[in-house]
Design a protein around this ligand. Structure first.
Ligand SMILES: [Zn+2]
Length: 319
């Protein structure tokens, strides 16, 4: 609810019916300054009781009184500032004209209690077109603000829990990330080992091939002069076979092929573990950013709002 005046407003002396009068009356009623004559109800007529309500509002705020309200003057600024304060927890009694013109669904609200934060579907009293109903403040001026205080305390407790939950999730995420980096180091070591094994194997192979070639050449040499190229080919063939053979023996003796397999299996297991950890981290990160952090933000917002409402209640009690 925000009041905007386009021209000076004069609450008394003119027999005007207009929407601005209604808005100013509603604003002052909401702040507990204006209660319409029960025989007239909330209407759009400028009147002495509206003038009195404006004067009372100004007196409480040390705003000089005058017969009018100017657009953007201290009265309008103060009204808008106070209307912006959350009064959701504040209650009022729904009052009607109690006559036959009151619409049925308003008639049965006579005497019922509502809060500013939770109006019926079509709004607070006076909001519906031509509605003459008005809100009667409860215990105006002598409320102990216990309700507002409790709302504030509850909001604080909810914020505490939300912050704890967020903190726990962040700790858990941190632990998972640490485990992930440990596993990554392990993986790196294993991959280095595998690389080393491969290199050893390659060296052994090359050595075998060299020995084979030498043996082959030795075998091929007596093959005579004719087709020395061909013989050399056989020699190389035999040699590489011997080379492979010697490598296999070497592996068997040093049990290298077995080591290889267990390293490869270890690597696969680590990769799987890393994948699972990454998934867990991502899930947790998503939960933190889409659920837990917004919850903390909302709880913080509620704390600020309920605190403002509590302080506003205290201030109003001083008047
Ligand atoms: Zn009504």
């Amino acid at each position: 609810m925000k009041l905007i005046l386009t021209e000076p407003f004069i609450p008394l002396g003119f027999d005007h019916d207009d929407i601005e009068t209604r808005k100013i009356k509603a604003a002052l009623a909401r702040l507990g300054y204006y209660t319409p004559n029960p025989h007239i109800g909330m209407d759009e007529t400028r009147s002495a009781d509206l003038r009195a309500a404006i004067s009372a509002f100004r007196q409480d705020r040390n705003i000089p009184d005058s017969p009018w309200i100017m657009p953007q003057d201290a009265t309008i600024i103060s009204l808008n500032k106070e209307l912006a304060v959350n009064r959701n927890a504040e209650r009022y009694i729904w009052r009607t004209m109690k006559d036959t013109r009151v619409r049925d669904d308003h008639a049965h609200r006579e005497g019922q209690i509502f809060t500013w934060g939770n109006p019926p579907p079509e709004g607070h009293p006076g909001d519906a077109p031509n509605c003459r109903c008005w809100p009667e403040p409860i215990g105006e001026g002598k409320r102990n603000c216990k309700e507002e205080e409790n709302a504030w305390i509850n909001a604080g407790a909810i914020l505490f829990i939300a912050e704890q939950t967020l903190q726990k999730a962040e700790q858990e995420k941190h632990q998972l990330e640490e485990r992930k980096s440990q596993k990554q180091v392990e993986l790196l070591k294993i991959e280095e080992q595998i690389e080393k094994e491969k290199k050893n194997k390659r060296e052994a192979q090359n050595k075998g091939a060299a020995i084979g070639a030498a043996v082959g050449a030795a075998i091929g040499a007596p093959g005579g002069l004719a087709g020395s190229m061909m013989v050399a080919g056989i020699g190389i063939g035999v040699g590489s076979n011997i080379g492979r053979f010697s490598e296999e023996i070497g592996d068997a003796v040093s049990d290298k092929s077995k080591t290889d397999l267990s390293l490869i299996l270890k690597r696969i297991r680590l990769l799987k573990e890393l994948q699972a950890l990454q998934r867990q981290i991502e899930e947790l990160a998503r939960e933190i950013s889409t659920i837990l952090m917004p919850e903390v933000e909302k709880a913080q917002w509620d704390v600020d709002e309920t605190q403002a409402a509590f302080l506003a209640c205290k201030i109003r009690n001083k008047k």
